[in-house]
Design a protein around this ligand. Structure first.
Ligand code: UTP
Ligand code: MN
Length: 532
C-alpha cells in the first residue's frame, strides 16, 4: 500500500496512531480531526491498516513498541511521522508525498540484527568534560524538558544556590552523550547524574509524551515573563524580577525605561529588542568575522581573529558573535582594539558598545572564583556591544565588499561619536554628543538596510590564547565542568587565562588547544563535541 503523491480519498485511510510521545490532549484533537474527515483510526495493527502514524523516529522503535520481532512482520504498511497526517489535514487531501515523512531504519540497531544498541551506561566517564557531547544527539525528547526545569530553578533560586539547577544540567548533559535513544527509564537507572526527580520526569515524558511538571512551568506566567524580560540585552534576572513586581507583563510596559535607564545596554537592548531576539545566522557571523579579520590584518599584520562561542561548536544560529582576537607575537595585541574599533566605526558597523580594559594580573590566576551559571567573568580587554550587520550579510559570500558599499550610505555612527578614545563608553559619548534619550528608538525606526547584532570582541595575549580559545568556545557547562575538574581532581585552577599549578606556584603553558586538554589529563575533544 502506498499513498505516494497520488491523490487518495481520506476515507480510504485506516490509521494506527501510536499514542507514545503524543500529548493526550493533542492525540484527542488529532483523532477528532481524523473522524471529521472520515479517516478511520484503529488501535490494533491488522492487514487493513494503511499507515502507522507515530512520533517515534525509527522503524525499530515502532517494532519494539508494537512488541513485534522485526520490521518484516509489519507487512507493507506505511510507517510515517505524525506531521504527515497533520500536513495532509492542512492540505485537505492525501496528496502529500509520503517519502519525506516515512520513518527511517536505525542503522545502528538494524546492523546489530535487531539487538539493542550498547546501553552499558556504567562505561560513561564521570565528568562531562571527559565525554564527547555532540550538538545532535538521541535524546532531545528528554533534554528539552529537563532544561526547562534547569532554567526555572536558575531563575527562581537566584542569588541562593545553583545546586538544583546544576543537577538538572548534569542530567541533561549526560543524556546528550548517550549513544542510544532512551525509551525506558530503566535504561538510565544506573547513571549517577540522573537523580530521582529527573527519572520521574523522564518516565512521564516516555509514557505520556510530556511531563505535567514541565508543562506547568512552561505555561506559568512568572516563568514566561522572566524569559521575556531576561531576553533583553542588559537585563538580568534581578532586573526582570523587579519589572515583574511592578506588574509589567510585556516589553511594551518596559519601554519608558528606555529613556531613563542609566545602562546603555538596556536602552539600546529595548529599542532593538525584536532584532536582537532574532537569531544570528552562520553566514552573517562568517561575513562579519571576515570583515573584522581583514580590518585587523590591515592594522596589524598577523593578527588572528577566530569565531568562537556556539558557532565554533557547530551551531547554525546564535544569539551573538564572539570573536577572539590575538597575535602570535606576545604584546603585539596591546593597543590593537581601539584602533580596530575606530576602523570599524569608519566602516559604519558600530552601533554602540563599551570597551573594557585588560584587568589581568598574576593574582587573578590564584584567586578563588565563583562558578556561577552566568558563566565566568574574565579579565581580558574586550568590547561588548551591538553592531550593524548589512542585511546582505545573510545572503552574500563576500561580506567585506558589502560593508564598503553600506558604509557610504549610513551615518548613524557619526551621529554617535567622534573619534574612538581610550575610554569607549557610549553613555559618556551620548551625553557628550548631546544625543537625546530617545536616540536608540529613533535609530531603530529609521529606514535602514542593516540589522542590529550583539558582538563580543575579546583580546587575548598569545601566552593565554589557547586557554582563552577553550573558554570562549564553551559550552558554558563544558567550561564549568572543566574548571571544577581542575580544582577537584588536579588541585589546579583553570580560567580563560591559563591553568595554574597551585603546588608549584606556576602557570602550565599551552601552545595548542590539544595541549590544554593534555595539561588537564583528559582526552581532546573537538569543539563540536563540547556541546554539553
Ligand atoms: P555565549 O554566551 O555567547 O554562548 O558565550 P554561546 O554558546 O555562544 O551561545 P549562543 O549561541 O551565542 O547563544 C560564548 C562562550 O564564552 C564564554 C561562555 O562560557 C561561552 O562558553 N564566556 C562568555 C566567557 O568565558 N566569559 C564571558 O564573560 C562570557
Ligand atoms: Mn555566542
Amino acid at each position: 500500500m502506498s499513498a505516494n503523491s497520488c491523490e487518495v480519498d481520506f476515507s480510504r485511510l485506516k490509521l494506527l496512531i501510536m499514542p507514545q510521545r503524543i500529548q493526550k490532549r493533542r492525540l484527542e484533537t488529532i483523532k477528532i480531526a481524523a473522524k471529521k474527515r472520515g479517516v478511520q483510526t484503529v488501535s490494533e495493527l491488522s492487514t487493513e491498516v494503511t499507515h502507522i502514524v507515530t512520533e517515534f523516529e525509527t522503524v525499530e522503535q515502532v517494532v519494539r513498541a508494537l512488541k513485534k520481532d522485526n520490521a518484516a512482520t509489519l507487512g507493507d504498511v506505511e510507517i510515517v511521522s505524525l506531521t504527515w497526517l497533520t500536513d495532509c489535514f492542512k492540505a485537505g487531501k492525501v496528496n502529500v508525498a509520503t517519502e519525506a515523512y516515512r520513518l527511517k531504519h536505525d542503522t545502528l540497531e538494524s546492523a546489530d540484527n535487531g539487538n539493542e544498541p550498547e546501553e552499558n551506561t556504567s562505561l560513561l566517564p564521570e565528568w562531562a568534560c571527559q565525554r564527547a557531547t555532540p550538538l545532535e544527539h538521541h535524546n532531545h525528547h528528554l533534554t528539552a524538558g529537563i532544561e526547562t526545569l534547569q532554567l526555572y530553578s536558575e531563575l527562581r533560586d537566584l542569588d541562593q544556590d545553583y545546586s538544583r539547577a546544576l543537577a538538572f544540567r548534569r542530567a541533561s548533559c549526560v543524556l546528550k552523550c548517550l549513544p542510544f535513544k532512551v525509551t525506558d527509564v530503566s535504561q538510565i537507572s544506573n547513571i549517577k547524574d540522573v537523580g530521582d526527580h529527573v527519572k520521574r520526569v523522564v518516565k512521564d515524558i516516555l509514557e505520556d509524551g510530556s511531563s505535567a511538571e514541565v508543562d506547568q512551568i512552561n505555561n506559568g506566567e512568572w516563568f514566561n515573563k522572566m524569559k521575556l524580560f531576561t531576553a533583553v540585552f542588559g537585563v538580568g534576572p534581578s532586573t526582570a524580577k523587579k519589572w515583574i513586581e511592578r506588574g509589567w507583563t510585556s516589553i511594551q510596559d518596559a519601554v519608558w525605561v528606555e529613556a531613563l535607564s542609566k545602562d546603555w545596554r538596556v536602552r539600546w537592548g529595548l529599542a532593538f529588542h525584536e532584532e536582537l531576539q532574532s537569531r544570528v545566522e552562520r553566514p552573517e557571523a562568517d561575513n562579519f568575522t571576515a570583515m573584522v579579520r581583514a580590518e585587523a590584518e590591515s592594522i596589524l599584520p598577523g593578527t588572528t581573529v577566530e569565531l568562537t562561542g556556539g558557532f565554533r561548536r557547530g551551531k547554525k544560529m546564535g544569539h551573538d558573535v564572539d570573536l577572539l582576537i590575538s597575535h602570535p607575537r606576545e604584546g603585539a595585541e596591546v593597543g590593537l582594539l581601539p584602533r580596530l574599533l575606530k576602523q570599524l566605526e569608519k566602516r559604519g558597523v558600530i552601533l554602540c558598545g563599551s570597551h573594557e580594559r585588560n584587568s589581568f594580573t598574576e593574582d587573578v590566576l590564584k584567586q578563588d572564583f565563583k562558578l556561577s551559571l552566568r558563566g565566568q567573568l574574565d579579565h581580558f580587554e574586550k568590547w561588548l556591544g551591538i553592531c550593524k550587520f548589512p542585511k546582505q550579510f545573510a545572503t552574500t559570500q563576500n561580506g567585506h565588499d558589502v560593508v564598503q558599499e553600506v558604509a557610504g550610505k549610513t551615518d548613524v555612527c557619526s551621529k554617535l561619536s567622534g573619534s574612538v578614545e581610550e575610554d569607549y563608553e557610549p553613555k559618556v559619548k551620548l551625553r557628550k554628543l548631546g544625543c537625546a534619550d530617545e536616540c536608540p528608538r529613533s535609530v531603530a525606526s529609521e529606514d535602514r538596510d542593516w540589522l542590529a547584532r550583539r558582538v563580543d570582541l575579546i583580546v587575548a595575549p598569545h601566552s593565554q590564547y589557547y586557554y582563552a580559545l577553550v573558554g570562549w568556545t564553551g559550552s558554558k557547562h563544558f567550561n564549568r565542568d572543566l574548571r571544577l575538574y581542575a580544582t577537584r581532581v588536579l588541585g589546579m585552577k583553570l580560567t580563560s587565562h591559563g591553568l595554574y599549578n597551585i603546588s608549584q606556584g606556576s602557570m602550565v603553558p599551552a601552545s595548542s588547544e590539544k595541549e590544554v586538554f593534555d595539561n588537564m589529563q583528559i582526552p581532546y575533544r573537538e569543539p563540536a563535541q563540547r556541546n554539553c
